[in-house]
Design a protein around this ligand. Structure first.
Ligand code: FMN
Length: 296
């Protein structure tokens, strides 16, 4: 399964190939049944060592993992599982309990040694929980992708009672269970049909676009235009927040290539776009020169 990859030449040399993208994303599935093929411990170690390299805020690394393999350990997990998740979890060669450690601040002198980051969290329980859950989730996602990258299949599970798993596996610790991850070689015959995904436009949009160079000038000009149009500027110059269609965009390099495509896309969404380019644009200006920049 492949789709076209639209990468500019400068990025193409760094991109992983289509086969790898399929394995990580496009062909990868959430598995419900497992082949009778054992998972070597060395692979599980490799996946953890890959996942730990993904970014976390303040390098907090709050994810903790317990690999459950033996029949005895699986039996301790079973009472916590929702009925629909019992068979797929009991038959998985390995089930990882993915947790987050609320005691992560104590490790910050080692993990973030150049400042006293532990002090930022001292006495702030809400911040500790928020940080541990956010970064623990991120690390859980890195872990899934790491497992897929080394050829394993996974089936994530949140249909279980985390308090029961905490009691069975993390008693007297500050680790809390996040989700379970069944790991093995998936039985393709037990897959559910693939569910649809959202379209790009339902997930994302481009707030402020500069197709080359003069971003600073664009931002300044865009702000002026918004004020002149009488529209409320919801996000200042940062352009981070979702806003409505009444915004006016100034798009440099609008006459050709990606600039032109972007202009067409924005206009097709009913947005007002002022194109800037050397020719065939609303504003003719060479932004490589002071005179051109003054023009806009
Ligand atoms: C955090 C998380 C929890 C999930 N919990 C369950 C679960 O309890 N039981 C289950 O059968 N599938 C569970 N899933 C699997 C999702 O339903 C599945 O990933 C989604 O439908 C997409 O399927 P696909 O990856 O095969 O396209 C979970 C997935 C995630 C990421």
């Amino acid at each position: 399964m492949t789709t076209d990859t639209l990468l500019p030449p400068a990025c193409a040399s760094r991109a992983i190939d289509d086969k790898a993208l399929d394995q990580l994303f496009r062909a990868a599935r959430s598995h419900n049944g497992w082949l009778e093929r054992p998972v070597p411990e060395a692979l599980l170690r490799q996946a953890v060592d890959l996942a730990k390299m993904g970014p976390t805020s303040v390098n907090t690394l709050p994810m903790r993992v317990v690999f459950v393999k033996s029949a005895q350990a699986k039996a301790r997990l079973k009472p916590a599982l929702a009925p629909g998740n019992i068979e797929k979890t009991m038959t998985a060669p390995v089930t990882a309990i993915v947790g987050y450690d609320l005691g992560f601040p104590d490790l910050l002198p080692k993990l973030f040694p150049h400042v006293n980051a532990r002090a930022w969290f001292a006495g702030n329980e809400a911040l500790i929980v928020d940080t541990a859950r956010r970064n623990g989730s991120l690390q859980g996602a890195y872990f899934i992708l790491a497992l897929r990258a080394i050829g394993l299949d996974v089936g994530p599970i949140s249909g279980f009672d985390p308090a029961k798993v905490d009691a069975a596996f993390f008693a007297d610790t500050e680790v809390r269970t996040h989700f379970l991850l069944n790991i093995g070689y998936g039985d393709m015959t037990k897959l559910f049909p693939r569910s649809p995904r959202l379209a790009f436009e339902e997930i994302a949009r481009f707030e402020m676009i500069s197709s080359f160079g003069a971003e600073k000038q664009n931002r300044t000009h865009s702000r002026r235009l918004e004020r002149d149009d009488g529209h409320r500027n919801e996000d200042g110059i940062n352009g981070n927040r979702m806003t409505n269609n009444s915004r006016t965009y100034v798009l440099t390099g609008s006459a050709s290539g990606i600039g032109r495509s972007t202009k067409e896309l924005l206009e097709s969404q009913g947005r007002r776009v002022i194109g800037v380019d050397l020719r065939n644009a609303d504003v003719i200006a060479d932004l490589g020169t002071p005179a051109g920049r003054n023009r806009i």
